[in-house]
Write a protein that binds this ligand. Sequence first.
Ligand code: ATP
Length: 912
Amino acid sequence: MTGPPASHHTENQSPPIWHTLTDTQVGQTLQTSAAGLRTAEASRRLDEYGPNRLAPPKRRGPLMRLLLQFHNILLYIILGSSIVSAILGHWVDAAVLLVAVVINAVIGFIQEGKAEAAIDAIRAMLAPLAFVIRDGQRHEIAAADLVPGDVVALASGDRVPADLRLTSVKELRVEEAALTGESLPVEKNVAPVAEDAPLGDRFDMAYSGTLVVYGQATGIVVATGSATELGRINEMLSSIEGLSTPLVRQIDRFGRGLAVAILLLSAVVFVAGILWRGHSAADMFMMAVALAASAIPEGLPAIMTVTLALGVQRMARRHAIVRRLPAVETLGSVTVICSDKTGTLTRNEMTVQRMVCAGHVFDVGGVGYAPVGDFSIDGHVVDPMHCAPLAMALRTGVLCNDANMRNDDGMWHVEGDPTEGALLVAGAKAGLEHQNPESSWHRLDSIPFESEHRFMATYHHDADHAPWILVKGAPERILDMCARQWNLDGERPLDVDYWRRMATDTAAQGLRLLALACKRAAPAGDKLAFSDVETGYTMLALVGIIDPPREEAIRAVNECHHAGIRVKMITGDHVETARAIGAQLAIGVGKPALTGSEVALMDDAALRRVAMEVDVFARASPEHKLRLVRALQDGGQVVSMTGDGVNDAPALKRADVGVAMGLKGTEAAKEASDVVLADDNFASIAHAVREGRAVYDNLKKFILFMLPTNGGEALIVIAAILFDLPLPVTPAQVLWINMVTSSTLGLALAFEPAEDGIMAKPPRPVGETLLSGFFVWRVTMVSILMMAGALSLFLWELSDGTSLETARTMAVNAVVAAEMFYLLNSRHTLKTVLNREGLFGNPYVLLAIAACVPLQLAYTHLPLMQAVFDSTDLSALEWCKVIGAGLLVFCVAELEKILIRRKPAGKRLAAD
Ligand code: ATP
């Protein structure tokens, strides 16, 4: 075991072996108590031991990252060409080729660096938190600030934040696979174990990086950061993933295929030129180089990265934090979103509105968390404390409760579970206060609420030291535990039918249901066990709690429906409540709802048949979520599933896009997810889908913009070779064009905002390849246009007797001008850009075009550039011709859009 604080033992003393010590000894050694450290001491220790963080995995150094930019088959070809050009004595070409490769690599390096930094910053938003007890109070702090001696509380779903010696446990089960490789959870306790016990048998310890799958515990931090067992094996839990997605890989493959094709073509041209046209090998080599340089889209990888990173940043701004980059793309093709209800579709601001007790229905007045409001029956105000069963019910609600109410400057807040907060507020409206000694019976033990068992129980002694066990939970669950009910005239046998009727009636109004019950009894042992709490209660009351839907969720559900995405609600709540809330959100209206127990009775085939039809799933457990995801996927759907608990992790992992709640979600759920919602809000999922679609669109637009440049240039070179013309553009000039167009112009498309109708289209089919028939057509058409514009200008000028230099300068400018105009075309793939939004909607596009103009002016008129690129000055008339060639591309491209939209197949495309 790693050493304790150095100040607590001398240098030559061996460090304490924590698992062999009792918790008291550990507390003494680390000078801490159940009230935790004092804040000042904690910050002193933080200075001494450093933050509780593992050294991040070794990143590649900047030099290595720069060198890796050259590791690309397309750049190898250019580098090779540069070397041979140098050998042949074409120094300028060799240098330009080399400079082009270097500039490209530097741009790639800078852009990738920025993209990684942006994504790291977003990941840092997911830094884990820990519950610590300091100065006798519970605080939530960054896990990085934990120090030895801190007292930490663990709950199911937590990643253990540091090495802990456990001091109290409540059915704590920890999965230690991260450390021991054993995936079965280990049950923990507090008794010391033998010194030679292996890690997996040290039942009194919870080690950093392991996962609490069940129960609660507290423990004292004995080691932090790299001093933990995990730090010693020096393994980061979640490796940092690279900037790669299926689409990026598809493009990579495409790039490699293209490289091979270009090499072959260049080789054919080289051989044919020598044998057929009788050129010298040296001349033909330069031709082949020109061809290779023209056809290779060097800027492609860097822009892809930037587009993805920008998408991730935009999503983060809308509260969706992407953990796995491929999710950015998958989000765009989601066809079904399965969402939790409470807090995601609803506001999670709960207020008790109704209590059914002693044969009466009490309405509870007041809004929000302020403890002001009357109890009334049929509009007549009553004093709740005069009705003994109601008073006991309210007391049960307040005592069987882990939440807290706080008043900050006149504003009331609830800390903890909002359902429990609502009960505290209801109690306070009747004059019962949580911390009030008269009302707070001494709590001796509790079984906290877990979604699986749907109840919470506490064990108390009242003022007369009589034992009481109080429960609250889902009505079906509580009714099963009760034998009697408390009426105005005392205890009577339970009338289950009455309560069920009242439950259905209350739930049908969209109210969330809780039942309260109590029994005068003590547990068999000194702690509450499940066997103590299962039977023998007296039913007190049924509570109806309102939790209204979020306005923005109603809008987002509507938007999803328009976007061809089905929204399903999966909730632990009562089926009638679920249905009523669903109706307010337009989910599952007029369709049957299913409960978890009905799902449990179905086999996979039956579930597959109904999964698509049913939109509301109530009283559902995590394993139902998993089965539902599977059933939907088997039916060919792309599924997004939300979750927060540790048991939701398998469903989140299985879903195409697992979405975890950032606020109420456990670490386990977050780690299993692809996306974390910073605000737990359904609307953020819809935004993320929108951004996901936009990112994919932008990548497509960029590639559609980029490839015709290369295609056009390559066609120019090929035509020159075929017809034995002088090269209209030299290799150096080709590289100049590529650099200007892809690095400056193309980048602007990464900033393209989502198109207006983006959420009015059905989801993109999974596995859709970029290189569709339409795609190939568009690239070919624009390539030919570019070629036609530049080549005819070149030939026209030559036949007019202009010098080769001038004709070439014009050809180069014509290609760039065509690209500038085509950038505008590219803003919308099929919609026209001939309107205000189309021409001026993206300032980056205008900026990029504006940046290109001085570059081309410099290329044409600057003596230095003229020396390097053999360019010459152009007259005003010549400039006009250049712009005319550019306009030609623009007009034909717009015309093509109109024709495509007219054709039936095109209409389909446009609708897509
Ligand atoms: P969702 O899955 O949409 O978030 P939910 O939050 O309603 O739904 P659970 O938290 O699993 O789902 O709650 C299920 C049921 O358990 C509730 O309808 C309620 O009756 C009961 N319940 C909820 N919170 C508590 C609590 N703190 N103590 C006791 N019972 C509770």
